[in-house]
Design a protein around this ligand. Structure first.
Ligand code: FUB
Length: 456
């Protein structure tokens, strides 16, 4: 009896000192090339997606995924929001590289590179899709489509949208108000080529001994206070992250140095996206920690950082702990999608037209962690919507996988794996803010699928 109380108490006291893995932020899929967007009090992160099976030892990427968070520690999976199949004017089946989404007048524009086919655009009425192709052809009409990757988009002071992109060059177009065409009167039929000088983008020695700029790919363009920033993957391989700044959206750019160095758990590519959210600044990037060193199986991670007083960016360390403090607490007394996850082991997500996204691949011993859950004065009952495979139970624990057991929700086999039903369990009242763990128990087979849960 004594141990049952002391152990969870000790764990709760020691947790802030122990430090836990929070990176990468998605454990159910391999994700890369993060492009965060703040909209309506929520951070949406659009990612490319490295398939579980790599074909021909090269990037194997068919679709783009989206995750959202209001607290920066729990991420809700919105699935694949677009794929190469959206584009009927080309027949590439691989090459869904680094995307970015931006909102204008209530519409969401997703700019995507299709490796070898150039840059395209999709539009939706919702940040999580469905997206459709508004123009039926590639957006950027250039004569160097192999170099046309990694689009990044932002507005200047006057609401002019600029779309930058490129490897190893850097180009931009000035998007028209419709966001799906551009001003053809500037540059070369609308495409403006940025002069790559050491002053603008740093310098390194190329393989031929001649100097090159450090800029390589993955630009992330944004404006903050009175400064325009271009953050990008530099040198390579392996790449690190550097940045340049400019007084206007069109330059001139000045090289400012490195903001993320190479590190053992980072991949041979890196790709950053930076936002301010709720008064904090965050940098998203990708690593290869989850795949234990496979550069074509990357994972999105995030760090909180602070700008220096003059607007320069400090050197940021890519950590396993990631974001230490949530910006708000999760409310457990309303429906929470089961695919809202701070950390998980073993499980996957999938979707169908009837249920939307749900958690699947649940086996004995797998678990889901949800951080910073505010139980207020405590809950009496737990409810979960599940479709049962072999059946099993959910241990509801606090603050650790082996922490205080609030209750156990039995999910017996109903004999129909397609019937979604609500199951419930009494739970012990515990007050306050806790990390919540759902630990799955059962036999050898797949136990059940989970749609959503809530406490009462
Ligand atoms: O993910 C495919 C490519 O790798 C991206 O387009 C580059 O930025 C690099 O991350």
């Amino acid at each position: 009896m004594k141990n049952r109380i002391i152990t969870p108490l000790l764990i709760a006291l020691l947790l802030p000192m122990i430090g836990f893995a929070q990176n990468p932020i998605v454990q159910t899929y391999f994700t890369a090339d993060p492009a965060p967007m703040v909209y309506n009090g929520t951070v949406y992160v659009y990612t490319s997606h490295d398939e579980d099976s790599t074909v021909n030892n090269f990037f194997t990427m068919y679709d783009w995924r989206c995750y959202s968070s209001k607290d920066m520690v729990n991420w809700t999976d919105h699935g694949a929001v677009a794929s190469l199949k959206n584009f009927t004017w080309m027949n590439k089946t691989n090459g869904a590289w680094a995307p970015q989404c931006i909102e204008r007048n209530g519409k969401f524009y997703l700019y995507v590179p299709i490796h070898g086919e150039g840059i395209a655009v999709l539009v939706s009425d919702s940040p999580t899709g469905p997206f459709s192709d508004p123009i039926g052809k590639r957006l950027v009409d250039s004569d160097h489509i192999w170099q046309d990757i990694d689009p990044t988009v932002a507005f200047d002071d006057k609401g002019q949208a600029y779309l930058y992109w490129g490897n190893p060059g850097l180009w931009y177009v000035k998007l028209n108000e419709d966001m799906v065409s551009y001003d053809k009167t500037v540059g070369d039929n609308g495409i403006v080529s940025i002069e790559m000088t050491p002053e603008a983008f740093g310098s390194k020695e190329g393989r031929d001994g001649k100097p090159r700029t450090t800029y390589t790919e993955g630009p992330w363009f944004y404006k903050r206070n009175n400064l325009y920033y271009m953050v990008y993957a530099a040198e390579g391989i392996p790449e690190y992250i550097s940045y340049s700044t400019a007084p206007s959206a069109e330059g001139p750019w000045t090289y400012k140095g490195q903001i993320m160095e190479r590190a053992d758990h980072l991949a041979f590519t890196n790709h950053a996206g930076i936002i301010d959210f709720n008064g904090n600044s965050y940098i998203f990037y990708h690593d290869q920690a989850l795949s234990k060193g496979q550069g074509f199986k990357r994972s999105v991670s995030v760090e909180q950082f602070s700008y220096n007083a003059d607007g320069t960016i400090p050197l940021i360390e890519p950590t396993k702990e990631g974001v230490k403090k949530s910006v708000s607490n999760l409310k457990p007394f309303q429906k929470v999608e089961a695919e809202t996850i701070a950390w998980s082991e073993g499980v996957k997500t999938t979707s169908d037209n009837r249920t939307g996204i749900y958690v699947t691949n649940i086996d004995d011993g797998d678990y889901i962690k949800v951080r910073s859950v505010d139980f207020g004065k405590g809950a009496k009952k737990f409810e979960v919507r599940a479709a049962v495979m072999d059946g099993g139970e959910i241990e509801i624990r606090l603050d650790d996988k082996d922490g205080l057991l609030l209750g156990t929700c039995e999910i017996p086999n109903t004999g129909d794996i397609n019937a979604w039903k609500t199951f419930s369990a009494k739970v012990n009242k515990q007050k306050g803010i806790h990390d919540l763990y759902f630990v799955f128990r059962g036999g050898d087979g797949e136990l059940f699928k989970l749609d959503y849960w809530k406490f009462k």
